[in-house]
Ligand binder design. Structure first.
Ligand SMILES: [Zn+2]
Ligand SMILES: [Zn+2]
Length: 136
């Protein structure tokens, strides 16, 4: 029997230990209280990495919950950075409506980078000049 199963079956013991710990009787006990990420119930544990009451019960559930939340977030409509069209992304990091736009953006960024570097240098000089002028 692994630690997890033992803890699962001995919650009363762990709870008693936890209460002894917080009451200051045995402050060195490793037991702590967590809220299971799968079912949301309180669980007492001595395992520092623990997130679920019992992984094979709630681990998958919590993981699936996280996944579906992430998927819902990812499915929100976005505006394509290239053509401005509203689209529903298929990937969470998708910022372009299509491969064509992605490629366009990529090609643009390659050419832009050279221009942008020059422009930034210019504008920094420009800004300094303005700042000096304003100070005097
Ligand atoms: Zn649980
Ligand atoms: Zn587009």
């Amino acid at each position: 029997m692994g630690n997890s199963e033992w803890e699962y079956q001995n919650q009363e013991t762990l709870k008693a230990w936890y209460q002894e710990k917080i009451s200051g009787k045995k402050p060195n006990l490793a037991v702590r209280k967590i809220i299971c990420k799968g079912c949301g119930r309180e669980f007492y544990t001595q395992i520092s990495t623990k997130k679920y009451c019992l992984y094979h019960l709630c681990g998958n559930r919590g993981y699936r919950k996280e996944l579906s939340e992430r998927a819902r977030e990812a499915r929100k409509d976005r505006v394509c950075k290239v053509c401005g069209k509203v689209f529903t992304p298929t990937r969470s990091d998708g910022v372009y409506c299509s491969n064509a736009c992605r490629q366009k953006a990529y090609r643009k960024s390659v050419t832009d980078n050279q221009v942008v570097t020059k422009n930034t240098c210019l504008s920094v000089t420009e800004q300094k000049r303005i700042a000096t002028r304003e100070r005097s």
